[in-house]
Design a protein around this ligand. Structure first.
Ligand code: ADP
Ligand code: MG
Length: 399
């Protein structure tokens, strides 16, 4: 079964063709990073407009990569880059006339080769979600294909299974610019949220600290780089540690707003050697980055390993943009060394991180999990009922 998947929940426009929940036939992702850099974060209005501009070029590139070979009208379709790397389209360079002349060929390809259309419906920026869901509805109506609305969060956790290196059940840690969630993943659609952030997301905190250190947005990778030349013991920033009371529903929670305030406004107070009087924010930047990174990532490791121990789970999957951080894996490995006293986790732990294009927002994971929605009968009876929602939080986290 081949699914055309659409992801536009935040600042990546991504389309993919995915077979049977596993095989990514093709994917094309247009990143908006450069458009938001000047503002130090994603601007919802710009994100929505940009999705609208690049949706069809991205669809075209995805189809050209995926099915050009099987096309009778093959010659009429221009070659697109064969790489799956993210890129930025300049809509002025994009020739709309060329698209309309090839429109029939593309529609024929879609009609003949795909079995369903899937789209992220929640959570996300509402303007961005509108673009993807409206496009999905139009295509489903035009091509007379079933439409599947997908949770962006469940899809992120499912991206771990698509690596082929992890099996159910596993502990999933989703750490991105918008989310910090620890879940027990039992099946593709059945997840138990063990903990999530009480305030800011981990990646968001990296971005805010990066801004204070005058590093470009998004700042996670730049902080990791700067931290390499710093001393992580220079500052003892607070590490969020929830009470390990079995009755508390917050015992695997995360929190980043306190750490953010400590670093940006009160760094001198957290000097490990307090008699330092020559506090100079500029020369201390590498130490600030290294000490912050350690504090920010340690809570992820501690809460995850505590849950692994309590539940007796030995497979841990880490996804979302922050999973790209190499020091995170180092910390996990250090924390569960068998010889260590007060060992936090069971032995034989394995860690899985998807490749970067499956870690950040992407349509491959949407097409992957949509197959399981389809098998479970979760298909829209009437495509006009499909409604995007910005939030996944009610009182508790709803995936
Ligand atoms: P979202 O779409 O929710 O913003 P993504 O999955 O696209 O999240 O990931 C982007 C986030 O990941 C940003 O907040 C970025 O700073 C963070 N990030 C990327 N690389 C690293 C890294 N090496 N270390 C820490 N954080 C990182
Ligand atoms: Mg993103």
């Amino acid at each position: 079964m081949r699914i055309l998947a659409i992801e536009t929940s935040c600042d990546e426009t991504s389309l993919a063709l995915v077979d049977n929940g596993r095989t990514v036939v093709s994917m094309d992702t247009a990143s908006q990073e450069l458009y938001h850099r000047a503002f130090g974060g994603v601007v919802p209005e710009i994100a929505a407009r940009r999705h609208l501009e690049v949706f069809y070029p991205t669809l075209k590139a995805c189809l050209t990569k995926g099915v050009a070979a099987s096309l009778s009208a093959e010659k009429t379709i221009q070659n697109a880059s064969s790489s799956n790397k993210q890129h930025n389209y300049n809509h002025k360079e994009y020739n709309l006339k060329a698209l309309s002349s090839h429109r029939d060929a593309y529609l024929t390809v879609l009609k003949n080769t795909i079995d369903a259309i899937a789209v992220t419906t929640h959570p996300g920026l509402i303007g961005s979600l509108f673009v993807g869901t409206n496009a999905a509805k139009s295509l489903a109506y035009l091509l007379e294909k079933p439409l599947i609305g997908v949770s962006h969060l469940k899809a992120h956790f499912y991206s771990l299974v698509m690596t082929g290196k992890i099996t159910f059940p596993y502990l999933g840690l989703l750490v991105s610019g918008g989310h910090t969630i620890l879940a027990l993943v039992k099946t593709p659609l059945e997840l138990e949220v063990l903990g999530s952030t009480l305030d800011d997301a981990c990646g968001e905190c990296f971005d805010k600290i990066a801004r204070a250190l005058e590093l470009p947005y998004p700042g996670g990778a730049a902080i990791e780089e700067l931290a390499r030349t710093g001393d992580e013991t220079y500052f003892t920033y607070p590490i969020f540690r929830p009470q390990q009371n079995k009755l508390s529903r917050y015992r695997y929670a995360f929190s980043y707003s306190g750490l953010k305030t400590a670093v940006i406004h009160n760094s001198p107070r957290y000097l490990t050697t307090p008699y330092h009087t020559d506090f100079n924010w500029d020369t201390l930047k590498p130490h600030i980055a290294a000490s912050f990174q350690k504090a920010a990532l340690t809570q992820l490791v501690e809460q995850t390993l505590a849950a692994a121990r309590e539940l007796g789970i030995t497979q841990i999957g880490i996804c979302g943009g922050v999973a790209a951080n190499k020091y995170l894996k180092t910390l996990f490995n250090k924390a569960h060394l068998p010889k260590k006293k007060n060992n936090l986790a069971p032995a034989n732990l394995t860690y899985v991180t998807p490749p970067l294009e499956l870690c950040t927002d992407n349509a491959a994971m949407i097409g992957g999990i949509a197959y399981h929605y389809y098998l479970a009968g979760a298909v829209c009876e009437n495509i006009f009922d499909l409604t995007p929602t910005a939030k996944s939080f009610k009182r508790d986290l709803v995936l």
